[in-house]
Design a protein around this ligand. Sequence first.
Ligand code: PEP
Ligand code: MN
Length: 282
Amino acid sequence: MSLGWKDQFADAPDVLKRSHCDRIVVHAGDVSIGGGDFVTMAGPCSVETERQLLETAERVARAGAQVLRGGAFKPRTSPYAFQGLGLEGLKHLARARSATGLAVVTEVMAAADAPLVAEYADILQIGSRSMENYALLEAAAHTGRTILLKRGMVATVADLLRSAQCIASHGNSQIILCERGIRTFETATRNTFDVAAIAVLQSVSRLPVIADPSHAAGRRELVPALARSAIAVGADGMIVEVHPHPDEAWSDGEQSLSLAEFDTLMDALAPWCALRIPETVA
Ligand code: PEP
Ligand code: MN
């Protein structure tokens, strides 16, 4: 029997809703994602120094973030750009977790690195450029860690759900989906933030969905508006880039908020969060 427009998602059966309130709540340390609260993940694009990470972690925790982000393995468009601190960066992240109690999310780029990254992180991030790297999806799934799966920049919603299905088919359903903007003809933003994709995913999928307003916007002054729209459309959380000195950041400085700007954002979002209707009760 045809399901109509939802037919296009039919080959991702394990991550589709079977009934109205059929939702997976995902766990990372003490944090639940998709359980009703809007969860904020924040931190620098790249882990640069222990001091930079600790200073950021302490401030974002105080402002209400529950998860610390920071790349130790960085997918850079240029082979000459900073590629990340690797293992040293993972160690800085683990120390920041001990100091602040924040859970940690960091990207894994290679299947062979998955067990190592899983030793240090609560959530393994699969970046946009890796969404269709099936060997990586399998290796990440087998670590048993929660996975943050970012939408590929030229991936449809159905493609994203097929990659989630790939992870689930390897026995791991602790998956968070992330809308981070897609490639279109538009050049005013770094990527085109597909707010409707969040609504579609909340309608058809059992998995929590978060937004990445930083990589969508590409410019820090646009981040608050995109964050508000993510809350309004029913996202379960967001991941935001924050740096103590954005203009000196080793990657993605133009879209990173300063510590003070992040404080302001979190204060400004509080009333929006209070009005939010979580998908669990929608
Ligand atoms: C990042 O989170 O810093 C990143 C590289 O994200 P994306 O894969 O969405 O480009
Ligand atoms: Mn980045």
